[in-house]
Design a protein around this ligand. Structure first.
Ligand code: PHE
Length: 344
C-alpha cells in the first residue's frame, strides 16, 4: 500500500515543473502541507505492523527528503528571478519616453520680449480683459465719437450711460490702472490678450496679444523712447537691425509714431513679408499725452513719459515666418510641435 503510493507520488513529483508561483505553492500544500499527502503517509505508517515499519521507515524518510528537495529547487529558481508575472521581462530595456509638450510660439516670444525689458528694469504688470469704458477709452483721451467706441470695432458686454463694459481692445488700459494705483516713476511691461470685432482670416483675428510698455518719470524724452526701442530690437532680432519711426496718431500719445524694423526675413532686400518695401511695422508708440497723465492723477508739469504697444503675433510671424494668424489658436499639434520643447 505505502510502497504503491510512494511510487506514484515519486513519479508525479519528478514530472512536476512550473513557472508559476501559485502552482509551486499548490505543489507544496499537496505534498508537504500539514494536511498533505506525505503527512498522510506518516499517519498511515503508524498503523502498519512492526515488520513493515522496518521496511518502510527508511523509504518513507527518503521520499520525504526527495519531495522537500524538489520543492526547494523550484523555489530557489523563483527567488533568483524578478517577482513579476512574466519571467520574460527585460529590465535593462530603455523605458517608454514621456510625451513632452512644447511652448506655444506666442508664449516663447512674449517671454523673450518680457525678459529683454526686465533687463532694462521694467516690471511686469497685468490688468483685466473685461474692461470699463474709462480704462479702455476715456482715460486714454479717446474722443466721444472715436470709431473704436463703435460696435463695429469693439465687443461690448454691457452698454450703459457712459459706463460701457467691453473686452479690452488694447493693453493700454493697463497703463491707466497702473498710473491710477501708484505714484511715478513707472517702468512697466504689460503683456496680455486683447479683442477686436474683426472677421477671422489669415491676417486678422478677433483676439490677439499685445505687450504694452510704459515709462513715466521726470525728464523722460522722446530720445529715451527711441533708444529703449532701438535696444529692444537689437536684442530681439539681432545686432544691426535697422529701425525707423514714422509720425502717427494715437489719442493717448503726443507726439505719436509707428516703428518699423528692417525686414528680418530678407534683411531689407524686399520679400513677401515686407511687401517688397524692406520694412515691417512692429509697434505704435509716443509720449504719454499730458491729458492721460492728468486723468490718472499725475502732475503733467512735473512728469513726462513714453508708451508703446506691440502685437505679439506680428513679432512672432516675423521671427518664425508664419503667414496665417489662425494657426495660433487652432491648437494643431503639427504646428505647435515645431517649437521649442519644454525642458523638465
Ligand atoms: N494701444 C495701441 C494699439 O493697440 C498701441 C500703442 C500703445 C500706441 C502705446 C502708442 C502707445 O494699437
Amino acid at each position: 500500500m505505502i510502497q504503491d503510493k510512494i511510487d506514484r507520488y515519486t513519479a508525479e513529483i519528478k514530472a512536476f515543473a512550473t513557472g508559476k508561483a501559485d502552482e509551486l505553492e499548490a505543489f507544496r500544500i499537496k505534498f508537504l502541507g500539514t494536511k498533505g499527502l506525505i503527512k498522510n503517509l506518516f499517519e498511515e505508517f503508524k498503523t502498519v505492523s512492526p515488520e513493515e515499519k522496518r521496511t518502510f521507515g527508511k523509504v518513507l524518510n527518503e521520499f520525504k527528503q526527495f519531495a522537500e528537495a524538489k520543492y526547494q529547487d523550484l523555489k530557489e529558481q523563483f527567488d533568483s528571478q524578478p517577482a513579476t508575472e512574466s519571467s520574460q521581462l527585460d529590465l535593462t530595456l530603455p523605458g517608454d519616453g514621456m510625451a513632452v509638450g512644447s511652448r506655444h510660439p506666442l508664449s516663447l516670444v512674449r517671454n523673450e520680449i518680457v525678459d529683454i525689458f526686465k533687463r532694462l528694469g521694467f516690471v511686469v504688470a497685468e490688468g483685466p480683459e473685461i474692461e470699463d469704458d474709462w480704462h479702455n477709452f476715456s482715460a486714454l483721451n479717446f474722443p466721444e465719437e472715436h470709431p473704436a467706441r463703435d460696435m463695429q470695432d469693439t465687443f461690448f458686454i454691457k452698454k450703459g450711460a457712459g459706463n460701457d463694459i467691453a473686452l479690452r481692445t488694447h493693453t493700454s488700459s493697463v497703463q491707466v490702472r497702473m498710473m491710477e494705483a501708484g505714484k511715478p516713476p513707472f517702468r512697466a511691461i504689460m503683456p496680455g490678450r486683447v479683442y477686436r470685432n474683426e472677421a477671422i482670416s489669415a491676417r486678422a483675428h478677433c483676439f490677439f496679444h499685445q505687450v504694452e510698455g510704459l515709462y513715466v518719470d521726470e525728464n523722460v524724452s522722446f530720445s529715451d523712447l527711441k533708444q529703449t526701442l532701438y535696444h529692444f530690437v537689437q536684442e530681439l532680432y539681432g545686432e544691426g537691425t535697422q529701425v525707423r519711426f514714422r509720425p502717427s496718431y494715437f489719442p493717448f500719445t503726443e507726439p505719436s509714431a509707428e516703428m518699423d524694423v528692417s525686414c528680418t526675413i530678407c534683411k531689407g532686400a524686399g520679400c513677401n513679408m515686407c511687401k517688397y518695401s524692406g520694412w515691417v511695422e512692429i509697434l505704435g508708440c509716443g509720449m504719454v499725452d499730458p491729458n492721460v497723465l492728468e486723468n490718472c492723477g499725475i502732475d503733467s508739469k512735473k512728469y513726462t513719459g513714453f508708451a508703446f504697444g506691440m502685437g505679439i503675433e506680428r513679432i512672432t510671424n516675423l521671427k518664425y515666418v508664419i503667414r496665417d494668424l489662425r494657426l495660433f489658436s487652432e491648437n494643431d499639434v503639427r504646428f505647435l510641435g515645431q517649437f521649442q520643447t519644454e525642458v523638465i
